[in-house]
Design a protein around this ligand. Structure first.
Ligand SMILES: Nc1nc2c(ncn2[C@@H]2O[C@H](COP(=O)(O)OP(=O)(O)OP(=O)(O)O)[C@@H](O)[C@H]2O)c(=O)[nH]1
Ligand SMILES: [Mg+2]
Length: 206
């Protein structure tokens, strides 16, 4: 079902498995857009107007139409099917809100690191954060100009991430594109678990 043929326990008739994912990345890469695009509930948003206080601190040159920024977090929910429900927590994009990341990521099984290929360095903080904590993550390259400026292989080399980190193209505005990205992350998590751990995870759904 999720691209993994070794699902140990069928979950039909049980409560769905609830999984927490974090959507992270640099300033203005589309984190809030991603959560909004797929959430089946009214997403929780904590947007505040970008004010003169950010001048000289936030690089808005590539996101000039942006008038708000997330100051706490985004929250949404996506039911994949009767076996799996994803809870999505978007981080604030600006470094000065980084102190909230530990709270936002507590209990998360994995993360999507959104990347704008025109501003690769902006995602270094997120990659470093999840690598240090050994939280599985996928890199989703957001198509801002309708094209990815570099190939995914070039981006992988530039980011210096392990070959085991999946890299996908993603339009954060499109439900199917985001859903696919989230399922790549779910498959990654399952693939990293030993069979016993898979059973433990799936037992949580009972
Ligand atoms: N072309 C294009 N624009 C996008 C895409 N995703 C987001 N945007 C636009 O990019 C802008 C920034 O999106 P947000 O979702 O606010 O970005 P964010 O990462 O939540 O921003 P912060 O919370 O301030 O860090 C918005 O104007 C979106 O409409 C995309 O995939 N393609
Ligand atoms: Mg946001």
């Amino acid at each position: 079902m999720y691209g993994n043929s070794e699902q140990p326990t069928p979950l039909r008739g049980r409560n769905p498995l609830s999984v927490k994912f974090v959507v992270a990345g640099g300033f203005g890469v589309g984190k809030t857009t991603m959560v909004n695009a797929v959430s089946e509930i009214e997403p929780l948003r904590t947007e505040a107007a970008i004010t003169g206080a950010s001048v000289g601190i936030d690089d808005t040159s590539k996101v000039q139409t942006k008038t708000t920024t997330t100051v706490a977090m985004d929250f949404g929910r996506l039911t994949i099917d009767d076996e799996l429900v994803l809870f999505l927590f978007g981080t604030p994009g600006q470094d000065r809100f980084g102190f909230m990341w530990d709270d936002i990521t507590t209990g998360a099984l994995g993360a999507v690191v959104l990347v704008d290929s025109r501003r690769l360095a902006d995602c270094f903080f997120a990659i470093d954060y999840f690598e240090r904590r050994q939280i599985p993550f996928v890199i989703a390259v957001n198509r801002f100009n309708g094209v990815v400026d570099h190939t995914l292989d070039d981006i992988r080399s530039a980011l210096n991430v392990d070959a085991g980190v999946p890299m996908v193209e993603c339009d954060a505005r499109q439900l199917e594109s985001v859903r696919t990205t989230l399922l790549v992350l779910f498959d990654l998590i399952i693939s990293k678990l030993h069979p016993g751990e898979q059973s433990d995870l799936l037992r949580q759904a009972c």
